[in-house]
Write a new protein. Sequence first.
Length: 329
Amino acid sequence: MSNLIKIKNSSFSPEKLKTMLYDMMVIRSFEETLKKLYQQGKIHGTMHLCIGQEATAVGACVPLTKEDKITSTHRGHGHSIAKGTDVKKMMAELLGKETGYCKGKGGSMHIADLDIGNLGANGIVAAGLPLGTGAALTSKMKDLGYVVLCFFGDGASNEGAFHESLNLASVWKLPVIFFCENNLYGMSGWIKEMTNIENIADRGAAYGIQSETINGNEILKVVEATERAVERARNGEGPSLIEAHTYRWEGHSRSDARKYRTRDEEKEWKKQRDPIALFKEQLIEENIITEEEFIELGNRVQAEMDEAVEFAESSKAPDLETLTTDIYA
Ligand SMILES: Cc1ncc(C[n+]2csc(CCOP(=O)(O)OP(=O)(O)O)c2C)c(N)n1
């Protein structure tokens, strides 16, 4: 615990700190619920879960306003929830119902909500970076004042789109934050076999971008680093690259037997570095919440999830006649 940022020195009210914990718990509960619904055959296709990565999603969105934007990845449920995307409409989308964000025709990887600055999840690895860079260019050229934060994975940092985006964002001094969730694996590819550098953040130097590597499982460290980057962006000092170390507890997608890593490694991350447990302990240690209040938060999360499932299950499936509407190919 000694390495954690002291809450008493942080600028957040107890209420705000509890909201951060609550939001992380909602993300985990949302995905635990998806797992069950998937097993019951109520969710079709696949999905990519971010259980274990809740602190990066929530922490990175805390310093953003509603007007600021995010772009996400194929592993986007947590990012969306952290930015304020409606959980009920997300649940309906995953269950393929017409009350979902894409009327039930997009599923897990196509959730966006422009009203709250969520420019969307994306099935194409690294595609969120040029999209976010473009949105940041718009912000700068039209003097709109918003900042864009692009989530991406360690695997995505090997794509050309990553390098082109960083280069242009730097040259044009765009208000964009490149936020890498380094969870050690891209599908079954271990980072040490995929890159020959110590830190992905080191790549920022090649483009003249302010970069740092942080512990992505400690939410306040994520918040602090993102705050610094947001301030730079708002001051016209251009982009930043943040590499946050974290871990996805589940497989890459539902069909992954996780043969490329050991069960001991997984256990170690779950036991020692669970972002929710770490933050909860910290809040209890510093008398921000009690064990009873934590249980109460858990009950509230469960009620929110039950409501979302009820909403999704009682919603209508799209009519067959709409099969070819809203299609852009
Ligand atoms: C351009 C492109 N190449 C390959 C794929 C297949 N693919 C989907 S996810 C993934 C791994 C991405 O790893 P990373 O960026 O580290 O994100 P993580 O899954 O770890 O969150 C790959 C290779 C894809 N969807 N798009």
